[in-house]
Design a protein around this ligand. Structure first.
Ligand SMILES: O=c1[nH]c(=O)c2[nH]c(=O)[nH]c2[nH]1
Length: 340
């Protein structure tokens, strides 16, 4: 999890002028002269610091007559204050208690509702920056529970839902005072497998290599993807998430009858990222991980033919948990790189 990272910024900040009584002061109060804790203090400085509440669990139900819509989240809120007197001096005056942070999540959900994880994260960031002048930076992580509307008699149910954990959606929104927010969308845990249209051949040959070329192998992976938005204006965050999931399916599986050929996990990963950047102009970069979950053919050659009714030895595979290959890459729009 990225904490207090700093990369590209999105245009347009929220009004972050705090109420006049927000926060209670800056500067380091001096502990009593001669205090042991005070000695040598100037020899040190803080690196990363902050605090917050993790795993605030929340179900939001929107009742539009008989049609109900739900979103369930676990939310982490993290604040970085401009003062460090809580750490340095045991002075708690500036601390917005983690319990208060938890309450804030519930109150904001009740007051404003929840549309998407990204928009709820933006709301929480701007709330803390607006309310408390001594909050320097906010980071919010949101993980969504994968509820889908239940289908009954071929029809979408008004108020019943099915837990469908085939891909977990998450988002991270962070914002520094007087800067634009950074919005990261994400997907993880998407496990897929195909039984053909995957090969791995012609790779580096030397005395350390024992793996044979394989022209037709099983390809299975558990996809993680994260992407950064270059704008929040007019973005349909739900639609972006579904589009990226569909890019993964398109480049991994291809059309239902013929599929799509993969010469390596690396190439499939790159083509997926490229398709996502081509399709979604509002994202500036995408990063993916595809572990290679190996399924190895069981060697049947030592069994006598009489014991095997069918001699075809590619029907039984041994799923190998560990070790697994790990393939990853980040793809960025080139014009953004050259502007840095
Ligand atoms: O698609 C693959 N990429 C690799 O880098 C690799 N390495 C390996 O052993 N098998 C595979 N498969």
């Amino acid at each position: 999890m990225r904490r207090w990272g700093n990369t590209n910024r999105i245009n347009g900040t929220h009004n972050q002028q705090p109420p006049t009584n927000g926060g209670n002061g800056k500067g380091k109060p001096k502990p009593a002269a001669g205090s042991l804790d005070y000695e040598n203090r100037d020899n040190y400085e803080f690196g990363k610091y902050g605090y917050g509440k993790n795993h605030v669990k929340l179900l939001h139900v929107f009742r539009d007559g008989p049609l109900h819509t739900i979103r369930e989240f676990e939310v982490d809120t993290h604040l970085k204050l401009s003062t460090q007197k809580d750490y340095l001096d045991g002075n708690n005056k500036d601390i917005i208690a983690t319990d208060t942070q938890k309450n804030t999540v519930y109150v904001l959900a009740k007051k404003h509702g929840i549309k998407t994880p990204e928009e709820f994260g933006l709301l929480i960031c701007s709330h803390f920056l607006y309310m408390y002048r001594h909050v320097e930076e906010v980071e919010v992580n949101l993980e969504e529970y994968p509820w889908e509307r239940l289908q009954a008699d071929g029809q979408e149910h008004n108020h019943a839902f099915l837990f469908s954990p085939n891909a977990i959606r998450f988002a991270t929104v962070s914002q520094k005072r007087n800067e634009s927010p950074i919005i990261i969308g994400g997907l993880k845990g998407l496990r897929v497998l195909k039984t053909t249209q995957s090969a791995f051949t012609d790779f580096y040959q030397d005395g350390y290599r024992t793996l044979s070329d394989d022209n037709d192998r099983i390809f299975s992976t558990v996809v993680t993807a994260t992407w950064e938005f270059s704008t929040a204006n007019g973005v349909d965050f739900d639609d972006v998430w579904i589009t990226i999931k569909n890019c993964i399916f398109d480049k991994f599986a291809g059309p239902p009858d013929k599929g799509i050929f993969s010469p390596s996990v690396q190439n499939t990963l790159y083509l997926t990222e490229k398709m996502a950047l081509d399709k979604i102009p509002q994202i500036s970069r995408i990063e993916m991980q595809m572990p290679n979950k190996h399924y190895l053919s069981v060697d049947m050659s030592k069994f006598p033919p009489s014991i095997l009714e069918n001699n075809e030895n590619k029907e039984v595979y041994h799923p190998v948990d560990k070790p697994s290959g790990i393939i990853y890459a980040e793809l960025l729009r080139k014009n953004l790189i050259s502007k840095l």
